[in-house]
Design a protein around this ligand. Structure first.
Ligand code: NAD
Length: 335
């Protein structure tokens, strides 16, 4: 299958490219490199020994997007491109709505114009908001609490409406929980610019001496040890979920939302301890007040992914730490 991958140079996109190429699909990457580097695509080519076209373009560049569809005629789209920092979205909501919502409208319009009917979209567990019950199943009420989360919510609804209006259209909305880890090769991984917003890249930077200590944001939650509990999913498992989702999307029509997590959760302190074991030394941390908007615990119900996609996560906490650490050391040595 020929698949247009928007945001393919990003963290999750690059890991997904590797699996799509290894499975024999043709890919075309469309990325503005707003939050990634073109060199990532060279690493993917090195890893897979396969070549593919990439276009430096923004979803908001209508002519370029249409030209890309006209030239490459993809059968399906995996849509990763988007801005993803919750805090930044509170400061710059219009940028987030413009990029994530208008960008997706442009993409769907181009798909419609060029007769491409299948899409897998990167949604997020943030669409659920504060849990009414756990684990979250896909029927849990949607009540996102940040502009970022609301962009995912609106895009889900837009895509759903599109599939209702177009009987040939097929969409899978993948609601990711917390993606972590890196490819076993350490050639690709998460490469945040500035101070990381997410726990695991933060711990990796503490372990390598880039940051002085981990800030544990709250130790008085109602969890096993008082620190926040999240459902971390390995990015290689997550990439495999996209392969399953694109096959599923092209075999049916309509719209389905599917959680992608492990179904178990890990606390901040448990992650820190596991990382200490991987690096073989204690890592400094400081307890800080809770961050506003954070919930005590998030955990996915994953039965729907098993039933519809025959997908479930395979990698464990130890592997998440090992691959993150290997990638962190590679990054430090190549800088
Ligand atoms: N990483 C997470 O924790 C997480 C969790 C849930 C959902 N998601 C979603 O998954 C998707 C991929 O996340 P990621 O972690 O790989 O992020 P990332 O920032 O590493 O990758 C996103 C890619 O999209 C590109 N991009 C952004 N806006 C664009 C635009 N308008 N036109 C073209 N390219 C554009 C960026 O340059 C980047 O390469 C995002 O939509 C994100 O919201 C991520």
């Amino acid at each position: 299958m020929k698949i247009l991958v928007t945001g393919g140079a990003g963290f999750i996109g690059s890991h997904t490219l590797v699996q799509l190429l290894r499975a024999g699909h043709e890919v075309i990457v469309y990325d503005s490199f707003a939050n990634s580097k073109p060199q990532v695509l060279d690493q993917v080519k090195l890893l897979t020994s396969k070549d593919f076209p990439s276009i430096k373009g923004d979803l908001l560049e209508r002519d370029l997007l249409n030209k890309t569809f006209a030239e490459h005629r993809p059968d399906a789209v995996i849509h990763f491109a988007g801005l993803k920092a919750v805090g930044e979205s509170v400061e710059k909501p219009l940028d987030y709505y413009q990029n994530n919502v208008t960008g997706t409208l442009e993409l769907l319009t181009a798909m419609e114009t060029h007769g491409c009917h299948n899409i897998v979209f990167s949604s997020s567990a943030t669409v659920y908001g504060t849990p009414k019950y756990l684990p979250y199943d896909e029927e849990h009420p949607l009540s996102p609490e940040s502009p970022y989360g609301r962009t995912k919510f609106f895009v889900e609804k837009i895509i759903e409406d599109w599939t209702i209006s177009n009987p040939q259209a097929s969409a899978i909305l993948l609601r990711y929980f917390n993606p972590v880890g890196a490819d076993d090769s350490a050639l690709i991984g998460e490469d945040p610019s500035g101070i990381p917003n997410n726990l695991v890249p933060y711990i990796a930077q503490v372990a390598s001496g880039v940051l002085p200590h981990l800030q544990v944001l709250g130790d008085d939650y109602e969890t096993r040890d008082g620190t926040g509990e999240r459902d971390y999913v390995h990015v290689v498992d997550l990439a495999a979920a996209h392969l399953a989702a694109i096959n599923y999307a092209t075999s049916q029509t309509g719209c389905d939302a599917i959680n992608i997590g492990t179904g178990t959760s890990i606390t901040v302190m448990e992650f820190l301890k596991a990382f200490e074991k991987t690096v073989g030394k204690p890592l400094p941390y400081k307890i800080k007040p809770r961050r506003s908007g954070d919930v005590a615990k998030m955990e996915a119900k994953v039965d729907k992914a098993k039933a519809l996609l025959q997908w479930e996560s395979e990698r464990n906490l130890e592997n998440m730490c090992e691959t993150t650490w290997r990638w962190q050391r590679y990054k430090m040595s190549s800088n």
